[in-house]
Design a protein around this ligand. Structure first.
Ligand code: URP
Ligand code: ZN
Ligand code: ZN
Length: 455
């Protein structure tokens, strides 16, 4: 099957050019001006931006949290993703207590198999660091699961010693670790004092997880990684103070990769004070921060100090959020965003003059592909790469709403927000899966094994 995408504006990290793209047998066969392919179906892309399929490297589909399970499973979550122009997810398979890594991975494989409309891969979250888990690492990496996740808070938090041991064990194997950085002891202490003051509603959430808790954890993680002599990924960076820790480490020669999320670029902590428990919709960890934090993150993104923007999509319904009425610590943490990420970054990044299109492609496609061992198979419009292609209508205008989104969450954190741009047509490995904004070929995603980080 051949498809010739004719006359669109192709976007790479290095720039933009009006050209053609030939897709053949699931791959990009050629890129150039006035390509000739008489037997190809021709798609007129004049006036459209032609982007590599975007990658969201931080999602939680079908994740058990706080006695419930996320609203989106792989069927609904990836449907939302691909309709927003995201063709590839790296979700988090989680080792449960008592499980091996292989068992954790196979649970998540079963959740996703045959139900994903995006291609997908898994990071492996290590909940229990045991000698047999250490012994499993080499085979896990050999099998193409090359990134891991550690939590410095929550029930599956690991100790500093464990972080050091995991990083050291992965060093010769070439695996990379992403870490949720919040100081658990500070959170416990702040939670107790907030509750002692009688605060029970969502407004207690940001007070219980101050910016210092993130900055301290980042500082500590970077010290541990320095000693282990390995690069590390700080996921969902939310604060200026955390960014300053990263800057200091980098200035001293340390390699640190950084991810942030649309909610930390666009939303602020004032949301938690909304009446009628509305603040629960925005409960996620780390919490939303101040305008000054947002400004610092935008600046760092534009300067290339932040490498990737993924969503931390972790969706719940309002009924699920209700579990925390009367006790903000029981509100399941997380919010949807997988469908809206590209439009939000296009509108409030590119159209607002904060980012260029090549920067958007770098942060949402090329860098996540490099960081997680998918480049150049994914993340770039180049001969030989998978034919994951988005025809982006730059002139489309819309208003985000839960009435029209595709997540199983029954609310939208960005309700009423005006956006520009739309993933009009999406090809996944050469197959047209989204046509004029409609998903016409669901569940065609495949599992991806991965190589080493090349960022
Ligand atoms: O509140 C959030 N972000 N939930 C998802 C899990 C995590 O911390 O990444
Ligand atoms: Zn996290
Ligand atoms: Zn997460």
């Amino acid at each position: 099957m051949k498809t010739l995408i004719r006359g669109g504006t192709l976007v790479w990290e290095s720039g933009e050019q009006t050209a053609d793209l030939l897709l053949e047998n699931g791959r990009i066969a050629a890129v150039g001006e006035w390509l000739d392919a008489p037997d190809a179906e021709v798609v007129d892309a004049a006036g459209k931006l032609v982007l590599p399929g975007l990658i969201d490297a931080h999602t939680h589909m079908d994740l058990p949290v706080a006695g419930t399970v996320t609203a989106d499973d792989f069927a609904t979550g990836t449907r939302a993703a691909i309709l927003g122009g995201t063709t590839c997810l790296v979700d988090f398979a989680t080792q449960d207590f008592g499980e091996t890594l292989a068992e954790g991975l196979s649970h998540w494989q079963a959740k996703a198999a045959g139900r994903s409309s995006c291609d997908y891969a898994f990071h492996l979250a290590i909940s229990e660091w045991r000698p047999d888990v250490r012994d499993e690492l080499a085979e896990t990496v050999r099998n193409g699961v090359t990134s891991f996740k550690l939590y410095m808070t929550y029930a599956n938090q690991v100790t500093d010693r464990e972080i050091f041991e995991v990083l050291s064990a992965l060093k010769p194997l070439g695996g990379i670790v992403g870490v949720h950085c919040e100081n658990s002891g500070l959170i416990d202490a702040c939670t107790a004092s907030v509750k002692a003051r009688g605060v029970t509603g969502p407004e207690g959430h940001p007070l219980s997880r101050p910016d210092e808790a993130e900055a301290e954890a980042i500082h500590r993680l970077l010290a541990i990684a320095r000693l282990a002599d390995v690069p590390v990924v700080v996921v969902h960076l939310s604060t200026r103070k955390g960014l300053e820790e990263i800057r200091r480490a980098r200035a001293a020669g340390q390699k640190v990769y950084v991810e942030t999320c649309p909610q930390y670029l666009l939303l602020e902590e004032g949301r938690y004070a909304l009446p009628d428990f509305e603040g629960a919709r925005y409960v996620c960890s780390p919490p939303l921060r101040t305008g000054a934090d947002r400004a610092a993150l935008w600046q760092a993104l534009a300067a290339g100090e932040i490498d990737t923007v993924s969503t931390d999509h972790c969706s719940f319904t309002l009924a699920q959020k209700d579990a925390g009425r009367g006790d903000f610590t029981k509100i399941p943490g997380g919010m949807p965003g997988v469908e809206e990420r590209v439009r939000l970054l296009y509108t409030y990044g590119v159209c607002a003059g904060r980012l260029t299109m090549p920067q958007l492609v770098r942060h949402l496609a090329a860098n996540p592909a490099r960081l997680y061992g998918l480049y150049p198979r994914k993340g770039v419009l180049a001969p030989g790469s998978d034919a994951d292609v988005v025809l982006w209508d730059p002139d489309a205008e819309d208003v985000i709403s839960a009435r029209t989104h595709h997540s199983a969450a029954d609310y939208e954190p960005y309700e009423g927000v005006a956006v520009r741009g739309r993933a009009e047509t999406v090809f996944l490995r050469g197959t047209r899966v989204v046509d004029r904004g409609e998903l016409i070929a669901p569940n065609t995603g495949i599992y991806l094994t991965r190589g080493r980080c090349s960022l």
